[in-house]
Design a protein around this ligand. Structure first.
Ligand code: A2P
Length: 296
């Protein structure tokens, strides 16, 4: 099983990184330090998570050389527009304490503001040309949004970070990515979004309680979370499982020796419900969604 992917511009990215969505700022630096100590070399954060500063702190505290780690962050839609997104890079760079950001992506398609989204992506292209970022991409883009982006801009996104776990595997979007050389990056890869408390409703079934996954896990002597991660990696997706718990950070990295059979992969593919558990990618962005991203 591969432990790194090469993006469409030649930059390499570890196949598995640490996610910090919903990691409380006060826990984030320690989680980052733990992950780097255990061998992780990719960190995924976002301006909207409010913990970029702590990601930078954890990276510095770890003693791992900066150049050995791929740091990815996201521009929030409030900062879309050409000049605004150039400025969003400055904010992120300052908070992370990094002059260069490895991967900078647009956090949402913001379908009702798509002209500003396109202008924001053009700013990412400028940052790439200027060497301020090493790769650019998007998150939560569906096929219509990607199609319009490809039509109106020059640089094919290196990746699209989308909700993807056994209950929502988005086969058509994955095929579109393959056709265009875009890496599929799975957020909530073990299905955290199917059990997080919050505004997502209580009707959800947790991926971690799935019987079919439980059987496969028992057969391999691994946990359901590890089986879900192996399923992604074997099918060529990049993953960013979130944890702030040392044992689970270690568990999620201990997956590279798992080989699932074709039948097991097909069983997991068959769990797709066709519906997201998280927010609809093409939803409108209103005043409430457009909260400000602080300068510092
Ligand atoms: P915690 O931070 O307490 O470990 P996802 O990245 O798929 O959204 O999943 C993240 C959620 O799953 C978090 O609630 C995280 O909580 C939990 N989690 C992370 N790793 C594991 C694991 N190996 N087993 C069970 N739960 C996990």
């Amino acid at each position: 099983m591969t432990s790194t992917y090469t993006l469409n511009n030649g930059v390499t990215l570890p196949a598995l990184g640490l996610g910090v969505f919903q990691s409380a700022p006060e826990e984030t630096a320690a989680a980052v330090e733990t992950a780097l100590e255990l061998g992780y070399r990719h960190l995924d954060t976002a301006a909207a998570y409010g913990n970029e500063r702590q990601v930078g702190e954890g990276l510095r505290n770890s003693g791992v050389p900066r150049e050995d780690v791929v740091v990815e962050t996201k521009v929030w839609a409030t900062d879309y527009g050409y000049d605004e997104t150039l400025h969003a890079f400055e904010k992120a760079s300052r908070k992370l304490g990094l002059e260069q950001i490895d991967i900078l992506i647009l956090h949402q398609q913001a379908a009702n503001l798509f002209d500003r989204t396109i202008a924001a992506y053009k700013a990412l292209e400028t940052l790439l040309a200027d060497g301020k970022v090493r790769a650019i991409g998007v998150s939560n883009f569906d096929i219509p949004a990607l199609t319009r982006l490809l039509d109106e801009t020059s640089v094919v996104p290196a990746l699209n970070q989308v909700e993807l776990h056994p209950y929502h595997s988005q086969p058509e979007l994955q095929a579109f990515h393959r056709e265009h050389g875009i890496l599929t990056q799975a957020w909530s890869p073990i299905g955290g979004i199917t059990f997080y408390p919050g505004p997502w409703g209580d009707e959800r079934r947790s991926v971690l309680d799935d019987d079919a996954l439980g059987e496969i896990a028992a057969a391999h002597g691994k946990s359901v979370a590890q089986i879900a991660l192996a399923w992604h990696l074997q099918q060529g997706r990049q993953v960013i499982p979130k944890s702030t718990n040392r044992g689970r950070i270690a568990e999620n990295f201990d997956v590279f020796d798992i080989t699932l059979s074709d039948a097991e992969l097909a069983t997991i593919d068959g769990l797709d419900t066709g519906s997201p558990s998280g927010p609809a990618p093409a939803r409108d962005f209103d005043e409430k969604s457009l909260f400000p991203i602080p300068e510092d």
